[in-house]
Design a protein around this ligand. Structure first.
Ligand SMILES: C[S@@+](CC[C@H](N)C(=O)[O-])C[C@H]1O[C@@H](n2cnc3c(N)ncnc32)[C@H](O)[C@@H]1O
Length: 394
């Protein structure tokens, strides 16, 4: 591909990403992969260059741009050398007209600003939400110690407050390493590792991971339980949950039980666990406002209506978990979101609805206290953004 054709490809893909964001279609990564599957003439350097343009343009635009071209034109302001590639040569974008509309640069969508938790209402916090994330690993203590893993990954650094976490700063292809394929490590953001620690799961406990997905946190809980006790991974999404058994086998955590829930009828399926759980983790579906470093296009997908529906669903899932927890047991609620309503506001509302519960210390050595939980942010903690709260049934 010529340099001009790469820019034109980025424009076409951005158009598709904008439509998918508006209509709840496929993610940017999926659209990019499909595009190049149909264009085998594009080499790896072409694919990398187009991908870099696309993600630079997405990062630049807080509001959904009108077109892919408007987004790429905004990028020419940051990367002026790009402007000369709009030259009308074969496969090139049309020349830039003086009066052409460019997307305006920004970090947080305007409508979302007042919804952010108070500590995130600063521009330094906003900028960090879109910075490149490091690669964090969790050492799977069912199979190895951090010291053993550091023998395999010489560049890995420890992370304060997380004895089993390691951080890599380059693009090491960890998934190809023996440490990964042998199940000694998992790729997991430090913030997610803090969530698992807040559960204080121990060997012999009964633990329910109520929004387990493909089991990222479940595997961390399994390691804390040293493979002993009962660990239920429940979710309404069959595809995600079906990925867990293979991951569990690789991690040496075969004792995990999966439980597929029927959305709207969760309580019936969970009835056998009533009053049994020492710990319930709710890693709730959320706006993902804390994960823009990895997924900047999420800003284009979130709407006020979607945020409101997420808050209602989180509140419903919290209520579903109440009968499961034994007296004295722990409920940990977490979202990778930085809006007040999904975090501190959600927990205030829960405590108002359920007088038989109190907030507990999360025992997390990171973040800031916010409402009845802790807020972790990329600027303050170098993690993705999370709100995490621990509650105890009195
Ligand atoms: C943030 S993701 C969980 C990620 C997962 N814990 C991990 O560590 O990889 C939220 C999950 O909640 C699930 N979910 C949504 N509604 C649910 C419900 N009513 N009951 C249980 N799980 C639900 C989604 O399918 C999704 O997998």
């Amino acid at each position: 591909m010529t340099p001009q054709a790469r820019v034109q490809a980025a424009i076409e893909l951005l158009d598709a990403i904008i439509v998918a964001a508006r209509e709840g279609g496929a993610a940017a990564d999926t659209l990019i992969a499909r595009y190049f599957k149909e264009r085998r003439y594009a080499g790896s350097k072409d694919r990398r260059a187009v991908r870099e343009y696309i993600y630079a343009a997405i990062r630049l635009c807080a509001e959904t741009p009108a077109t892919g071209r408007a987004a790429m034109l905004a990028l020419t302001e940051q990367q002026p050398e790009l402007a000369s590639l709009f030259d009308a040569s074969p496969h090139a974008p049309a020349p830039i007209r003086a009066d052409e509309v460019r997307a305006s640069p920004g970090m947080v969508p305007h409508w979302l600003m007042p919804h952010l938790s108070a500590p995130v209402q600063h521009s330094a916090e906003h900028a960090a939400l879109l910075e490149r994330a490091p690669l964090d690993l969790r050492v799977n203590t069912l199979k190895a110690s951090p010291k053993q893993v550091r023998g395999h990954l010489a560049d890995a650094e420890p992370i304060a407050g997380l004895p089993n976490a390691l951080r890599l700063h380059d693009n090491t292809n960890v998934e190809q390493s023996a440490a990964y394929t042998d199940g000694l490590i998992e790729i997991q953001d430090a913030g997610s590792q803090h969530i698992a620690r807040a559960c204080a799961a121990m060997p012999g406990m009964a633990v329910v991971d109520l929004c387990a997905g493909a089991g990222g946190k479940t595997l961390a809980l399994a390691a804390d339980m040293a493979g002993q006790g009962r660990l239920i991974a429940a979710d309404v999404n069959r595809d995600r949950l079906s990925r867990l058994p293979d991951r569990a086998a690789r991690a040496g955590a075969g004792f995990i039980e999966t439980l597929l829930l029927d959305a709207g009828k969760e309580t019936a399926t969970l009835a056998p666990f009533a009053g049994q759980a020492d710990v319930v983790l709710i890693d709730a579906p959320c706006s993902g406002t804390g994960t823009w470093r990895r997924n900047p296009e999420a800003r284009w997908r979130l709407t006020p209506d979607r945020l409101q529906r997420l808050v209602a669903e989180q509140s419903r899932i919290l209520d579903i978990s109440v009968p499961l927890v034994r007296p004295g047991g722990r409920l940990v609620y977490a979202v990778c979101a930085l809006t007040h309503a999904e975090g501190a506001g959600q927990i205030d509302a829960f405590l108002a609805r359920h007088p038989g519960w109190r907030a507990d210390d999360t025992a997390i050595a990171a973040g800031r206290k916010y409402g009845e939980g802790r807020l972790l942010t990329p600027a303050h903690d170098g993690t993705d953004g999370f709100f995490i709260a621990a509650l105890v049934r009195i």
